[in-house]
Each structure stands twice: as C-alpha cells, then as structure tokens.
Write a protein that binds this ligand. Structure first.
Ligand SMILES: NC(=O)C1=CN([C@@H]2O[C@H](COP(=O)(O)OP(=O)(O)OC[C@H]3O[C@@H](n4cnc5c(N)ncnc54)[C@H](OP(=O)(O)O)[C@@H]3O)[C@@H](O)[C@H]2O)C=CC1
Ligand SMILES: O=C(O)[C@@H]1CCC=N1
Length: 273
C-alpha cells in the first residue's frame, strides 16, 4: 500500500500543507497527484514539491489508488457528482475526506457508493511536519489504516478516534485552533505596535515569544502548562497583573465557548450539506 498513488482533489491551503509535510518526510513526489481548477496553485505546488499536477480530476481519480477530497464542504456534492458522471470505476479506491461537517454517510450518499472512507481532520502546521490529524475510518483494512497513519504521521501527529462524532471535537481542539493562537498573536502584535514598536519588531517579538513558549511546553513534558505559566508569574509582579486581568475577563470560559461554537457549527454543517 505504501507504493500507492495518492491524489489530492482541490489543492488549496490544506492539501498544500499536507503535501508539503509528506514531501519533507520522504514521500516520493511521483506518488502524489495534486489537482485544482486554479492553475496558479498547481504551478506553485509543482514548483515547491515536484508532485504531479493536473486540472483533470477524473484523470486523477482514474490514476490514483487513494483519493483525498479536499475542496470546501459546500463544493463537495458537485465534485462527487462529477466523479459519478465520469464513468470511472472508483468502487475499490480508498477515499479520505478532510472536509469539516460532512459525515461518512453523507459522503457515501454523494458518491452513490459505500466506498472505503476515512475522515481526516488535519491542521495547517502539517506543512512543517508539526500538524495534528484526527482520523476516523469505516470499512478499511488494517493495511489501509497503516497507510493512512503513515501518510498523516509524515505531517505530524496522527491519532485515530473510535466515534465519528469525535472528529468534530478534534476540529475544535486542533483543526481550527491554530487560528485561536494566531488571533492571540495578532492581539499582542497590535498592542506592541500601539506601544511604538515598528511593524517588523512587533512581528518578531510576538512570533519568537510564541515559538519559545511552545518549545518550553514541548521540551518539558513533565511540567504542566499551568506550572510553566506560574513560573513566569512572580508574586505581586507584572505577569500576575496581566493574568488576573485576563481571568477577570473570563478567558477560560471564553475559549471554552469558542470551542463549543466550533463544534456546534460542524454539527450544523452536517445538517446543511
Ligand atoms: N484550512 C484549514 O485549516 C483546514 C481545512 N480543512 C478542510 O479542508 C478542505 C479544504 O479547505 P482549504 O484548503 O482551507 O480550502 P481552499 O479553498 O484553500 O482549497 C480548496 C481548493 O479546491 C479548489 N477546488 C474547488 N472545487 C474544485 C474542483 N471541483 N476541482 C478542483 N479543485 C477545486 C479550490 O479552487 P479555487 O481556488 O478556484 O476556489 C481551492 O484551491 C475543506 O473541506 C476544509 O473543511 C480541514 C482542516 C483544516
Ligand atoms: O474553518 C473551517 O471550517 C476549516 C475546518 C478546520 C479549519 N478550517
């Protein structure tokens, strides 16, 4: 199975990140096909990673063993219908959908076949091999599960969940959460600029601090994140004043509420799409 060809249908932000992670971690470029309707994006992924590219989705469907569905959820039904209309026999292909808010049952209905299906919930740090992917599969063999694990382990951490509903929890915890961190970084950057730092200084200061904080957590797994935070917080000092302000603004419940909103939206999309 590891010699199989994998086709990414729709090469936008997420496929680009997954392909980048795969290439950095030893997957052969000739085993990867990227499709897109936008030629500029195909030119970029070909130039950056030397993978095969085509704007013909049906060609990729025919040539690949594994088909990654990576268009926006609202585009998925139209894409699946085009596969049905192509006349290509895809009954034995392994499908992987990275789309939020579309269940296995719905994807199979769109494809009008009970195909082997994996749902994957990745995040964009896959590009650097620092991603997290939640995986859920139906009717896949042990060999296929191993292959999928190998693909997504190349992009970071890959973890299987037992219940499909847990994919929505993964979205809240890791799929969408790079955006929460970026939002926090944006807020610090904005205030740094207001304090008089240049745009370049503000960007450097915030990104280096975020990187340092993340590396502190990763490199010291025996120290809780709460303790790492406490280690910065001198009694009666400056950090204490800042942290108390964040707590008084209900940061924890705000974040929990944001994650609940994320899950609720995924559930809503399951009904809409
Ligand atoms: N971005 C993220 O962080 C994450 C995204 N996802 C999921 O990944 C999927 C893709 O998201 P993302 O990469 O952000 O979206 P993008 O819009 O960046 O990428 C989708 C790409 O698919 C192309 N496309 C649309 N329809 C077709 C078609 N019929 N044939 C070929 N190409 C097509 C689009 O072209 P065009 O540019 O012309 O529109 C676009 O380049 C979504 O389902 C999303 O839920 C999951 C986890 C994280
Ligand atoms: O915002 C979205 O819907 C997608 C899924 C997770 C991250 N981006």
């Amino acid at each position: 199975m590891s010699n199989k060809t994998i086709a990414f249908i729709g090469t936008g932000n997420m496929s680009y990140a997954i392909i980048g992670g795969m290439i950095k971690n030893g997957f052969a470029p000739q085993s990867i096909i990227a499709t897109n309707r936008n030629q500029d994006k195909l030119a970029k992924v070909a130039a950056d990673f030397q993978v095969q590219t085509t704007s013909d989705n049906n060609q990729a469907l025919r040539d690949a063993d594994v088909i990654v569905l990576s268009v926006k959820p609202q585009m998925m039904a139209e894409l699946c219908q085009s596969f049905i209309d192509s006349g290509v026999d895809f009954s034995d292909k392994l499908f992987i959908s990275v789309a939020a808010g579309i269940t296995v049952a719905r994807l199979r209905a769109m494809l009008a076949q009970k195909v082997k299906m994996v749902r994957c919930m990745p995040n964009t740090p896959c590009l650097l091999g620092r991603g997290v992917c939640g995986l859920y599969g139906e009717d896949i063999s042990c060999e296929e599960r191993e292959y999928v694990t190998k693909v997504f382990s190349a992009t970071g951490i890959a973890t299987w969940v037992e219940q499909e509903s847990q994919i929505n929890d993964v979205i809240a915890v890791t799929g969408s959460s790079p955006a929460y961190f970026f939002l926090f970084m944006e807020a610090i950057e904005e205030k740094a600029k207001a304090l008089g730092f240049s745009d370049e200084q503000a960007r450097q200061l915030v990104q280096q601090t975020a990187l340092g904080a993340a590396e502190m957590a990763v490199s010291q797994p025996d120290i809780s994140i709460a303790q790492l935070r406490a280690n910065v917080t001198s009694k009666g000092g400056t950090t204490h004043a800042a942290v108390e302000h964040l707590k008084s603004q209900h940061l924890h419940s705000t974040v929990a509420g944001a994650m609940d909103a994320c899950i609720a939206r995924a559930e809503e999309m399951e009904q809409e799409i």
